[in-house]
Ligand binder design. Structure first.
Ligand code: AMP
Length: 228
């Protein structure tokens, strides 16, 4: 099975801490398509000190969403790069109905579409616990958890030997805000894809390997069945 139809994107929806990033990295590698994570791209802009990075900073540190226009332009530009011609796996985008609409318009212009939106569901109390103990690789963004998914060596990435760090917005106060923003802004996006018959729900409150297998099975099943 593949995700290789021209310009078909797969969306990974889910609250912060649902495990989207961990699963997306694996799926993108498996299918040889780029993993496009809006949060990672924004953090790269911040690290480079671009205008977008500077504009995004206060929103991100507060746990608010960066304005739609800025994020949409960034993602549409990323999807126009050559490696995304066969499709992409979008992680953390769209987060609002406006973003979903803008994405669909941009894809339609190039003869593409959203193939499926996968919603990784995790109870709210589990999200906070996961994020508070989360460690990320500075180099490759791989994600670890002090108890559930620890690295082999403390603070060193298993994949690339990069240094692990904790995100400033994974602090407990900011996490609650991010989850609240998600429920308000992003649940309508979930409902949109449900109404379009493109939503696939996955229980994310399971071990990483189990979620991975469930995702592969769901993608396999939706390969043929998803309406245009
Ligand atoms: P994430 O890494 O997905 O948890 O995103 C970290 C932060 O980046 C979020 O709390 C937002 O401030 C910002 N962000 C990421 N993706 C989006 C998006 N699609 N729309 C608006 N803001 C975003």
């Amino acid at each position: 099975m593949g995700l290789h139809s021209h310009d078909e994107v797969v969306l990974l929806l889910g609250a912060p801490g649902a495990g989207k990033g961990t699963q997306a990295r694996f799926l993108a590698q498996t299918f040889g398509i780029p993993h496009v994570a809006s949060g990672d791209l924004l953090r790269e802009h911040r690290a480079r000190g671009t205008r977008l990075g500077q504009a995004a900073q206060t929103y991100m540190d507060r746990g608010d969403l960066v304005p739609d226009l800025l994020v949409v332009d960034m993602i549409v530009e990323r999807l126009s790069q050559a490696d995304a011609a066969r499709g992409a796996l979008l992680d953390g985008f769209p987060r609002t109905l406006t973003q979903a609409q803008a994405l669909e318009d941009a894809l339609r212009k190039r003869g593409g579409r959203v193939r499926v939106a996968i919603y990784v569901q995790v109870p709210t109390e589990v999200l906070v616990e996961r994020l508070a103990d989360r460690w990320l690789c500075k180099a490759c963004q791989a994600s670890y958890h002090a108890r559930f998914n620890p690295p082999a060596r403390p603070r060193v990435c298993d994949h690339c030997d990069g240094e692990l760090y904790q995100r400033a917005d994974d602090k407990r106060e900011v996490v609650s805000k991010r989850v609240a923003v998600y429920l308000k802004e992003t649940l309508p996006v979930v409902e949109r894809y449900e109404a379009l018959g493109k939503l696939c729900r996955i229980d994310g409150d399971k071990p990483i390997q189990t979620v991975r297998e469930d995702l592969l099975e769901a993608l396999d099943q939706t390969q043929q069945a998803v309406p245009a």
